[in-house]
Every structure is written in structure tokens, then in C-alpha cells.
Ligand binder design. Sequence first.
Ligand SMILES: C[S@@+](CC[C@H](N)C(=O)[O-])C[C@H]1O[C@@H](n2cnc3c(N)ncnc32)[C@H](O)[C@@H]1O
Length: 215
Amino acid sequence: MHEHERGEQRFEASAQAVEWDARYSERDGAMWSGRPNGRLVSEVADLAPGRALDVGCGEGADAIWLARRGWTVTGIDISEVAVRRAREAAEPASAMVEWLSGDALQTPFPVRSFDLVSLQYPALPKAAGEAAVRTLLDAVRPGGLLLAVYHDLDDEHREHMKSRGVDPADYVGVDDLGRLLGNDFTVERHALESRTDPPPGTKPIADVVLRARRR
Ligand SMILES: C[S@@+](CC[C@H](N)C(=O)[O-])C[C@H]1O[C@@H](n2cnc3c(N)ncnc32)[C@H](O)[C@@H]1O
């Protein structure tokens, strides 16, 4: 098998699911803090609740936070392990969330139906193709918000990730996403912001925030 074929296979949904399940299973307990992302909280706290889609919801803290604030939430993640943990976390919090385990780039979400589509530190493979990303963006309804938050990786971070087998260049970046918005969206902010909730003991990495509203 050629190297590029092996590369393509790695980014197929089934392989990504296995990879992320393995990552989540490296430890018995949660991988993330269990707290909602600070950037989501600061961007969304003042919005009137509506329908929200949390793409790559991980262990569910953002989706649960949104649901408890009155949003009708769908959370999707490619990792079954993560979604199982999200479901378990939602129960004691009495948070009603529609949890989906699957590839957000291959799930036919109802078109123009979400008031908020949130991507917090997403890891969507470029290999899925731009049409798949555009289809996901189609889920934002007119007047609705796309909120994408990325890490502002410097060369050192990129090299560190590569040494662990993950090349950020293989994933849809914030600039790719911005370009794919096309003329349907008004970009309200595309900016570097210091992270409000850096994980303790780590070198701070700023956020890149892309906030765009569908016309
Ligand atoms: C860096 S984590 C961020 C998790 C969560 N948003 C957070 O901030 O804690 C990226 C997440 O995206 C999920 N993911 C990767 N590719 C995906 C895909 N194609 N569809 C849905 N989820 C995906 C991973 O399983 C992982 O949980």
C-alpha cells in the first residue's frame, strides 16, 4: 500500500473513531475538565437560548452547560467512549441533550436549523473534503451563529503534536473554515484572544475565535 493511501485510510471515519476512542480510553477517568469551555461561556452567555449543535462535543461539558441554560442541544462526537461519558455526565446534571455518536461531516443535520453551531477546538480531517464541511455549515439557520474556537499553535506546538503522530496541517483550520463560510455569513470576529481557562500546568496557548452570523 502506498503512503498516501495509508494516510487517506487513517482519516476515514471508522479509523478516526478508533483513534479517538483509543485516546479517550488511555485513562479511566475523564480526559477534559468537565467544565464548559470559557470561550463558549463568554460568547454565548448573553444569547437567547435556541437550538444548538455542539460539533465534537467530547465528554459533553459544553452541551450540558448549554442545555442547563435552556438551549435545545444536539451533541455529536466521533468517539463512542466520549459520548458515553457525556451521557453519564448529563444524568446527574439533569441535562437533556440529544447525544449522537458519529462523524459530524457525514451526518445529515437538518439544513438551516440551528441557532448556534459550536466547534470548540475541533479536529475535523481535511481528507473529508470541503463539501462535507460546507454541508455542516449549512446547519446554521439565517440569523444563527457559527462559533469556532481553535488553539493558536506556534511552530513548537506543531512540532510537538507531530512528534505524537498528529499533524495539525491534516485538519480543517480556522482559516479554512473562514474561507468556506463564503458570502452567506458575516464574520463578526476572527481574532486572537487569550485563553480564559488555560489547563493548569500547561504553557498558555491563545485562542483563535471565529464568530460568524448567517445572513
Ligand atoms: C480536541 S477535542 C475537543 C472536545 C471538546 N469540544 C472540548 O472542547 O472539550 C476534539 C473532539 O472532536 C471529536 N471529533 C474528531 N473528528 C470528529 C468528527 N469527524 N465528527 C465528530 N467529532 C469528531 C473527537 O473525538 C474529540 O472529542
